[in-house]
Design a protein around this ligand. Structure first.
Ligand code: WT7
Length: 646
């Protein structure tokens, strides 16, 4: 038995799993931790039997640090595991309950979903997509995003889903990096009652990239769009005569299932590569364990399919467990601030998985909104995306969980593919604000700069010490960056997560937040360097330093320190122009909160902007030793400029 894993043996103060919940939970025997720790490979192998394979693996793991392969020699299809396997027992069970912002509802049974997916898979084949070709998907939260993803998986074409709120330029960068020839998008969609003209964004963005052969456009909102002859086709037209059965492609365990772009410390967004076998085993298993999914649950994950949470815990995990899932297209305050609770009441949702930033917003709106509805069907509630402060955790537990639902605060990342640190709701005593313990089979630690474990209560870096099935395999087209980013902090066997953390006396993990130049705005991940390069592409800007400032509601907001080109006047107009410029070039979620003009920025003697110092200034913290700066006086000047904003 590992030293710190078996929490049930200790007398920990916190929220114990309610007795009847624990009794009926899928996982309620704490021995699972010890068994998995003693022999992680057998643990994962046992769970791999939850997936259907055309051919089973020869070996569970091949680990040549930092490169790993899982379920070597195994053959399977991810779409088959989400749809076909459910046909025997639950063909007519609802797979998706979709609700549009306008109130439209569409439902698909497993059988219907399989037909749609197969038809669309045939459409993709018809446009020439072959196994291994990367297809880009740029759709809002409509059933077609799931259909398109699964259709890709069915024919062995890795998908790259780009969050619908990204700009056309951001889309083009990702299409270019993936060398993707086919794009699936829609005319437009509704956000707080206003149209977002998605197809127009596509046309603007890809003018420059000229890579695409085919654009398939789903007619969703009904706004006017222009269609490029020979390239653009309507979804409904190509689907009309498409054959509704399609043999799934037999995929190797290590064939790429999808690419997911995410922001890092430097440069352009990187394509995180996930493969098929390990990812399916990991998401299938963790969905079942963490959410305690049962046959009659109605499960709602509010994440967007444009992010990893939508991939792992809206599509692949839940559907491979035969779940009925709810999918909602719109804003939480449209038409009013009770929209989520109204959805939960009407669809009798039993499990809710959402983000701290949403929870803090609900908290600000007050408990009268959830109180307008019967949300007592909920039996488990979860959180993901950024640290949840104890106050928000307690509010969530009390007002949404009605004091009776276990809360699962789940720590993980695009790169990990699966939930890594989280309570098991039938076992773990939870403490508000702590993601608690690594999942069975996961070995995590908090290390210092040298790679030694830090004592309880002390801050350090979060590290993963053993490989896991859904770990990122590489950065698409850039193995060097993969190794440099994740496997170079200590030795090449220890994964550097980029988060700060500490453990308490009970061994519980408390995640503090990013220690690199990644900013988390409302849970969205934005890279400082990426943002700076957008700002300096504006004709008035000479230099920019972009950092996160702590924010009660959004976790962090963006502070941009900008030096203008000589001769350019500082003005409020220019500030708002730069704000819109950034929002337009990345996406509206990346709107900077403050733009601060300054004649100079804190730089090292070699001229590198010191974000560490800027971050301290933005957060009214001590910037530490600044004597190595080119001009230490800059700090006082910026402090003053920042102070007057607060
Ligand atoms: C980063 C990963 C995981 C899917 C959504 C975000 C932060 C995520 C938690 C949590 C504290 C969290 C970390 C992590 N994060 N979940 N429960 N507690 N921090 O995926 O965009 O790849 O971001 O989100 O900083 O490194 P992502």
């Amino acid at each position: 038995m590992g030293e710190n894993t078996d929490q049930s043996q200790k007398n920990i103060t916190g929220f114990r799993p309610p007795e009847d919940f624990a009794r009926n939970a899928i996982v309620n025997d704490p021995d699972i931790y010890g068994r998995a720790e003693d022999d992680p490979e057998s643990f994962w192998e046992e769970n791999a039997n939850g997936i259907e394979w055309y051919r089973k693996w020869d070996n569970v793991l091949e680990w040549e640090p930092p490169l790993s392969k899982w379920f070597i020699g195994g053959k399977l299809n991810a779409c088959y595991n989400c749809l076909d396997v459910n046909l025997k027992q639950r063909a007519d069970k609802t797979a998706i309950i979709w609700e549009g912002e306008s109130g439209d509802i569409r439902k698909y049974t497993y059988k219907e979903l399989l037909e749609e997916v197969s038809s669309f898979a045939n459409v993709l084949k018809g446009t020439g997509v072959k196994k291994g070709d990367i297809v880009t998907i740029y759709l809002p939260m409509i059933p077609e995003v799931v259909i398109a993803m699964l259709a890709c998986a069915r024919i062995g074409a890795p998908h790259s889903v780009v969050f619908a709120a990204f700009s056309g330029e951001s889309l083009a960068t990702r299409i270019g990096n993936a060398n993707s020839k086919v794009l699936i998008t829609c005319d437009g969609y509704s956000r707080r009652g206003k149209v977002v003209e998605q197809k127009n964004k596509v046309d603007e963005g890809i003018r420059s990239c000229g890579l695409l052969d085919k654009v398939i456009v789903m007619k969703h909102y009904g706004n006017d769009v222009s269609m490029t002859e020979g390239r653009d086709v309507w979804w409904h037209e190509v689907m009309k005569d498409s054959e509704s059965s399609c043999e799934p492609e037999v995929m190797d365990s290590e064939d790429m299932l999808f690419l997911m772009y995410t922001s890092g410390t430097t440069g352009k967004p990187k394509g995180i590569v996930h493969t098929t076998g390990g990812y399916m085993v990991a998401t299938h298993t963790t969905t079942k364990f963490v959410f305690d999914l049962k046959e009659d649950d109605i499960y709602w994950c509010t994440a967007d399919c444009g992010w990893i949470t939508g991939h792992s815990y809206l599509v692949y995990g839940p559907l491979s467990n035969g779940t009925t899932l709810v999918m909602y297209e719109g804003a939480p305050d449209y038409p009013d601030k009770d929209r989520y609770w109204d959805i939960i009441e009407r669809h009798k949702v039993t499990i809710l998985y959402t983000a701290p930033t949403a929870i803090r917003t609900f908290m600000k709106w007050g408990p009268s909104w959830p109180q307008m509805h019967d949300i007592s069907t909920l039996r488990l509630i979860g959180s993901v995306g950024e640290p949840i402060n104890p106050g928000a955790w307690l509010w969530y537990h009390e007002n949404i969980g009605l004091g009776k639902c276990p809360v699962v605060d789940t720590w993980w990342q695009t790169e990990t593919g699966m939930i890594m640190i989280s309570p098991l709701p039938g076992i773990t005593t939870t403490k508000p604000g702590s993601a608690t313990m690594p999942m069975p089979g996961i070995k995590a630690a908090v290390l210092d700069e040298k790679g030694n474990e830090v004592p309880p209560g002390q801050d350090g870096y979060l590290a993963i010490l053993k490989p896991w099935p859904s770990m990122v395999r590489t950065v698409f087209g850039n193995e060097e960056r993969f190794i440099e980013t994740y496997w170079s902090k200590w030795d090449n066997k220890t994964y550097f997560a980029g988060d700060g953390a500490k453990r308490d006396e009970d061994g519980y993990f408390w995640i503090i937040g990013r220690v690199d130049d990644v900013i988390k705005v409302s849970g969205h991940r934005i890279g400082s360097a990426e943002f700076e390069s957008i700002l300096v592409s504006h004709p008035s800007v000479a230099e920019a330093g972009v950092v996160g400032k702590e924010d009660e509601l959004r976790g962090e907001v963006i502070y941009s320190y900008v030096t203008l080109k000589s001769g350019v006047e500082e003005s409020d107009e220019l500030k708002s122009e730069l704000t819109s410029y950034a929002a337009k070039n990345i996406g509206p979620f990346a709107r900077p909160k403050q733009i601060i003009f300054s004649d100079d920025l804190p730089k090292t003697r070699s001229g590198k902007i010191m974000r560490r110092v800027l971050k301290a200034i933005a957060n009214n913290k001590d910037p530490g030793d600044v004597t190595t700066l080119q001009d230490p006086a800059v700090v006082e000047n910026l402090k003053e400029k920042t102070r007057i904003l607060d």
